[in-house]
Design a protein around this ligand. Structure first.
Ligand code: ATP
Length: 202
C-alpha cells in the first residue's frame, strides 16, 4: 500500500481544501517557521486514528478544527483524507475491493469523529487496525515528532520495545488480545449464569 495524497480541509492552519501529492521520491517538506509543516504530519497521524489530543499538540480533539484568524471565522468541522494506492491489493479484507482506497476522518464540533473508507462508514477501530497491520499507523516510528528523539533516548526499555513491535507490525495483536479477553470474561459470566439456572432446575 502506498500513500499517494493527503487532503486537508479545515484542519488546523489548512482552512481551505489543500492537497499534498505524495509522489515517489518525496523526502522532505521545507518552509518558514509556523507555515504548517508539523500540521501535515499531524494530519497524517490523525486520519490513521490518533486519539490523544496531546499528540496533536492540543488540549482536546476539537482543537484540530481551524480556530479562526483575523480575517477568517472559525470552522465547524475538520476533514482529512488519505488516498492509498491499492492496485497490488495489499489492503486487508473489507478494504480491498478497489484499486484506490480513500480513508477519511471528519470531526464536527460537539459531534466527535466519523470515519469513511471510500464511501462506506467504518469504525475508528477498523481504520486503526488497517494501518497497524500495514506496519504504519498513528504510532508508527516512521513519523517522528519534534522532541521524540530525546524522549526515545530517555525512554524505559518497555517503551522502546513498543517501537520495535510497531515496526514488526504486531501492535494490532494487543488490541485483538484485549478484545478476546473481554469476550472470554463475558462468556465465563454467562456460564456461571447457566450453572445457576441448571442448579435451580435440579
Ligand atoms: P516550525 O518550523 O516552527 O516547527 P511548522 O511549519 O511545523 O513550524 P506548524 O507547527 O505545523 O508549523 O504550524 C503552526 C501554525 O498552525 C501556527 O501558526 C498555528 O497558529 C497554526 N494552528 C495550529 N492549530 C490551529 C488551529 N486549530 N486553527 C488555526 N491555526 C492553527
Amino acid at each position: 500500500m502506498r500513500f499517494t495524497r493527503l487532503r486537508l480541509n479545515g484542519f488546523k492552519s489548512f482552512v481551505d481544501p489543500t492537497d499534498l501529492l505524495i509522489h515517489e521520491g518525496l523526502t522532505g517538506v521545507v518552509g518558514p517557521n509556523g507555515c504548517g509543516k508539523s500540521n501535515l504530519l499531524e494530519a497524517l497521524r490523525w486520519v490513521m486514528g490518533e486519539n490523544r489530543p496531546s499528540a496533536m499538540r492540543g488540549g482536546g480533539m476539537e482543537d484540530v478544527i481551524f480556530a479562526g484568524a483575523a480575517t477568517r471565522p472559525a470552522r465547524n468541522f475538520a476533514e482529512v483524507s488519505l488516498t492509498i494506492d491499492n492496485s497490488e491489493r495489499l489492503a486487508p479484507a473489507g478494504f480491498n475491493d478497489l484499486d484506490q482506497l480513500d480513508i477519511t476522518r471528519r470531526i464536527t464540533r460537539d459531534a466527535g469523529s466519523a470515519y469513511k473508507a471510500n464511501t462506506k462508514d467504518v469504525r475508528a477501530r477498523d481504520v486503526q487496525m488497517l494501518f497497524a497491520d500495514a506496519s504504519t499507523g498513528s504510532h508508527s516510528p516512521a513519523l517522528v515528532r519534534q522532541g521524540q528523539i530525546s524522549e526515545l533516548i530517555n525512554a524505559k526499555p518497555k517503551n522502546r520495545r513498543r517501537i520495535l513491535e510497531e515496526a514488526a507490525g504486531i501492535s494490532g495483536l494487543y488490541q485483538r488480545r484485549h478484545e478476546a479477553e473481554l469476550k472470554l470474561a463475558a462468556t465465563e459470566q454467562n456460564l456461571l449464569r447457566v450453572e445457576d439456572v441448571v442448579e435451580n432446575l435440579a
